[in-house]
Ligand binder design. Structure first.
Ligand code: CP3
Length: 358
């Protein structure tokens, strides 16, 4: 199969040389874009937008029409998987995601099973296929899933949480129950990501947004262990091309070496760690993705460009193996024109560094 005409993102994940450092942004299709808000209003709700492949494709392409991004990411949400497991996902304005039937009873936990992605999550596979057709091999398409632990947080808490009281009580009092949830969810994530790859996703990313809230030993036992299992179960090659994987544990900087050894091709970094230091610590075992503070996008275009250059300079000489990104999702309050300043600065400065042989 032919590589996309701009394959810098895939090459960087495999630590191959590129003419510039590729850049994409977590949540690049979202509420900061007026055209996204317009399509979402037309869809009726966020979930109706996710479940309509034509509209999901439309919003996936919106940031690519505005900015010279080097990758597209499927428009969906990590919580589609627990929704397909029967928990009843809904969104209320300003309150974020909620489940009608959170996992609170032992019988419900024992009843849990991994959904068939070709049945209950068919709308996601249809969206992936439609986006691939629309991209027409211009840039690669990223598929994604939540990590088993992050999905379990939402499934047990029933909503976003500030203290993770319910899931941590279960973790300490009934680790057997939590392990059961994580084991079923890991199977669900493997099947879900593999179905996305079969449908056309050219790289996959695992969002472990809440792994960083765990104690070190608990992170190993309840989050990283299951991500390793997911990574081991993924399709590694499709049509003769490697399908690289990225693991992003927000707040995972302390455990970087262990994450780099999990079987992924790249580690996503939040903004709290210096990327040059992270590179020295992983010693070329994996590529790195990140990691400018999303709040930089509220500053002036000159400051944004300077902060982008700092990350590239810190990554250091021979700029292979770096995918530029934010350290977390873009804020809904970001002025859209500021994103242009960031993307252009990454492309320009990374080309300059290469010309200077740095
Ligand atoms: O990156 C992309 O552009 C792809 C789309 C994407 C969304 N959510 C769209 C979305 C991705 C990759 C996600 C992942 C996701 N969803 C995560 C992991 C990444 C992270 O942020 O840590 C998590 C934890 C979720 C769960 C979730 N979905 C929350 C907490 C919320 C509410 C967020 C908020 O700011 O209110 C959502 C809703 C959501 N998912 C929106 C978007 C664009 C906003 C929904 C809207 O239009 O109202």
């Amino acid at each position: 199969m032919t590589r996309p005409s701009n394959d810098t993102f895939l090459r960087a994940l495999l630590k191959q040389p590129t003419a510039h450092t590729p850049v994409w942004l977590m949540r690049q299709a979202g509420r900061y874009l007026p055209e996204y808000r317009e399509t979402r209003a037309r869809a009726g709700s966020f979930m109706q937008l996710c479940k309509n492949p034509g509209l999901a494709c439309e919003v996936t392409l919106q940031p690519l029409a505005r900015y010279e991004l080097d990758a597209a990411i499927l428009f969906s949400d990590i919580l589609t998987v627990p929704d397909a497991m029967g928990l009843g996902l809904y969104f209320t304005d300003g309150e974020g995601p909620r489940f009608e039937r959170p996992l609170r009873e032992e019988w419900a936990i024992r009843d849990l099973s991994a959904p068939d992605p070709w049945d209950h999550l068919r709308y996601v596979m249809d969206a992936v296929a439609e986006i691939r057709r629309a991209l027409n091999n211009s840039v690669p398409l990223i598929g994604f899933s939540g990590s088993p632990y992050t999905l379990a947080c939402y499934m047990v808490e029933g909503a976003s949480s500030s203290d993770y009281r319910r899931i941590k009580t279960m973790l300490y009092d009934r680790p057997d129950l939590l392990h059961h949830i994580l084991s079923v969810t890991a199977d669900a994530v493997i099947a879900y990501l593999n179905a996305q790859i079969e449908s056309g996703a050219q790289a996959v990313m695992i969002f472990d947004s809440w792994g960083g809230s765990l104690a070190a030993a608990a992170y190993e036992e309840f989050s990283l262990h299951y991500m390793r299992r997911v990574l081991a179960g993924l399709i590694k090659e499709k049509d003769g091309e490697r399908v690289p994987s990225i693991v992003f544990t927000k707040g995972g900087g302390l455990w970087l070496e262990a994450i780099a050894d999990s079987g992924c091709d790249a580690v996503g970094l939040d903004w709290t760690i210096d990327i040059g230091e992270a590179r020295r610590r992983v010693g070329g075992r994996v590529a790195l993705q990140g990691n400018v503070d999303p709040a930089v996008l509220f500053a002036s275009p000159e400051t944004i460009a300077a902060e982008a250059r700092k990350v590239l300079d810190s990554y250091g000489p021979e700029q292979t193996g770096h995918v530029f990104n934010l350290g977390h999702g873009i804020s809904q309050f970001t002025p859209p024109d500021n994103v242009t300043a960031l993307v252009d600065a990454v492309h320009q400065h990374s080309r300059t560094l290469r010309l200077q042989g740095r």
